[in-house]
Design a protein around this ligand. Structure first.
Ligand code: SF4
Length: 342
């Protein structure tokens, strides 16, 4: 996997008051990468691009170094009690990514340098929880591992959680640069959920992310380094030979993960492919030749809050996916926990 390097970096002036902000400034200066100091509200219009496709591509190569201003954390049910961000967005180009619709026309990456403020906020939320364990999701707005070789922030956060009695961290990733995390004092307080999929789905739709083999290898390294491990199998797609390809996935996973070295049972979250009308519009503009199956006539409607709906597989197909993938998991990972299928 080629590690991400931006083609231009914006520094919000307040970021340079923090040690990590200064460090990053020197880092990019030494690399000869274009640096622009400007308030965050100017970033969007400073990114070049005439067409939607061009703007999208340039934004994905733009990094903003910023400070996290609002330090009130959102609730993140059912995955965790709260969510926070070290990074928003990611350099991957997954055609179906939910960030397509939530992060607007110029989905540039942002990383926050005021880690101590973020850690104080986390402690404040734990203190309000009457001594119970409080869980925090760090990857709901982006993939923090994708920038770890530049910022080192995820490693610092893992060690911070390792030092807490009642705080637990949850990470999701489609990247594989985990080597710098293997010897950290994580204390078993961080659960990594590696996003995995069939070879076809990764190769066809998850551009600029770790490959099929790299993700399995990264998951094995994390599991054998004592991290509680989990897998998000998403989006599960039905296509010719899907059963053979998911079989290959779980066979390969089983061959590399030594179950007797797991610190806790592996967890699995299963999510079938879905799309909304607005996501389909964005995807067709950004990936005009997409092979994603978004034929509404072959799908069922699933209604959500506020009258919103998405297209999912019809009930019988969804049941077939659930049963087939669950069997593959339970046959190979006895004792594993399947958290949900949706
Ligand atoms: S890696 Fe995750 S966050 Fe990044 S584009 Fe893919 S789905 Fe979206």
């Amino acid at each position: 996997m080629k590690l991400f390097m931006p083609e231009r970096v914006f520094f919000e002036p307040s970021s340079l008051k923090y040690p990590l902000g200064e460090e990053l400034y020197k880092y990019f200066e030494n690399k000869g990468i274009e640096i622009i100091k400007t308030p965050i509200q100017n970033v969007s219009r400073s990114i070049p691009g005439k067409t939607e496709k061009h703007k999208y591509a340039r934004s994905k190569k733009t990094l903003v170094i910023a400070t996290k201003k609002s330090l009130n954390l959102d609730v993140c049910k059912p995955s965790a009690d709260f969510e926070f961000s070290l990074v928003t967005n990611c350099p991957g180009n997954c055609e179906y990514c939910y960030l397509q619709t939530t992060q607007g026309f110029k989905p540039y990456l942002r990383t926050y340098v005021n880690l101590e403020d973020i850690f104080s906020t986390i402690k404040r939320h734990i203190a309000k929880n009457n001594g119970d364990v409080t869980t925090f999701e760090v990857a709901s707005a982006g993939d923090p591992l994708a920038l770890e070789h530049i910022t080192g922030s995820l490693g610092k956060t893992i060690e911070f959680f390792g030092s807490l009695d009642n705080g637990r961290l949850r990470v999701v990733t489609k990247f594989s640069n985990v080597d710098s995390l293997l010897n950290l004092k994580h204390n078993g307080h961080t659960r990594f959920r590696v996003s995995i999929n069939s070879r076809h789905v990764i190769q066809s739709f998850e551009h600029n992310t770790a490959s099929f083999e790299e993700r399995i290898e990264a998951a094995a390294k994390l599991a054998h380094a004592g991290y509680p491990i989990g897998f998000i199998v998403a989006p599960i797609m039905v296509y010719e030979h899907w059963k053979e390809e998911y079989l290959e996935l779980f066979d390969k996973l089983r061959a590399q993960i030594q179950i007797d070295r797991l610190s806790t049972p592996a967890t699995f979250e299963l999510i079938q492919h879905r799309f909304t009308p607005i996501a389909k519009q964005f995807i067709l503009q950004r990936f005009p030749g997409t092979k994603l199956d978004m034929d509404e006539s072959k799908r069922a409607l699933k209604w959500g809050k506020f009258g919103r709906f998405k297209y999912v597989y019809p009930k019988e197909t969804a049941l077939e996916i659930k049963e087939y993938i669950s069997t593959l998991i339970t046959e190979r990972f006895p004792g594993a926990v399947i958290d949900y299928f949706t």
